[in-house]
Design a protein around this ligand. Sequence first.
Ligand SMILES: Nc1ncnc2c1ncn2[C@@H]1O[C@H](COP(=O)(O)OP(=O)(O)OP(=O)(O)O)[C@@H](O)[C@H]1O
Ligand SMILES: [Mg+2]
Length: 277
Amino acid sequence: MWSPGSDNDSSSNKDNESSIISIRRLGKSFETGSRRKTVCYQVLKDVDLEIRRGEFFILLGPSGCGKSTLLNLIAGFEKQTEGELLVHGRPIGRPEKERAMVFQHADASLFPWLNVRENIEFGLRMRGMKKKERAEISARYIELAGLKGHERKFPRELSGGMKQRVQIARVLANEPDILLMDEPLGALDAFTRRVMQEELVRIWGETKKTILFVTHDIQEAVLLGVRIGIMSIGPDSRVFEIMENGLDYPRDLTSREFNLIQKKLQGIFQDDLYFHL
Ligand SMILES: Nc1ncnc2c1ncn2[C@@H]1O[C@H](COP(=O)(O)OP(=O)(O)OP(=O)(O)O)[C@@H](O)[C@H]1O
Ligand SMILES: [Mg+2]
């Protein structure tokens, strides 16, 4: 039977020289309620996590457990209430281009008055980069994201999957060290989602970026992640177990090994113990 921490490779969550993100005893609480009566809600408590440079790390947990909250802290959109959060060994200040967020809905992040190429070049233009250099960079990521031939289209002329690829290409064009992806494929239909998952694995293989990818979909977690961090339900949520996933890429959904890992994860979420962590 599964028990919390029983399969944990204890070496995988310890301080590591190759760590790009180090999270120690991290906590985050929100004050909610009216002005007359406020209640403190502790979303995250005692989160310990080391993310290695260049890895594809999955944060897996049910809705409301605090996945977006953790990602927002790493992005610098929010400040923790307890503990330590280091990127490249330094505390996180404000949001910076080294940590880029890909949101669930591309619509909210694309500029409707700019075409695909202009959207991808936006951050570069803001940094004052010359036109020729911008064009070279955007051409590279347009190619990588499979958007060649669509450069002049505006967001309203794109499918949901294409918009999401533009968002990913724009983020990559800014050359962040770390991609923070908050259920970026959640709103897509099953077919487009599979194509995007494959593209993401390919882009990751080619760029060697560190990816921290949030999902509540077990199959997606097994398909993408080198390691899968499993979060408890919350409040006081933490990453209570890290599962190593050594399957070769691209991964075969129908293989016995794939299904074994998937079943193991399903077992954790179905176990009574999970609800009492
Ligand atoms: N700004 C806020 N003020 C008060 N409570 C918040 C705030 N942001 C998040 N929370 C609470 O923190 C908890 C975790 O929210 P979060 O959005 O991180 O969950 P999640 O794991 O990303 O869920 P989902 O999978 O549905 O996106 C929820 O109970 C939510 O109500
Ligand atoms: Mg969320």
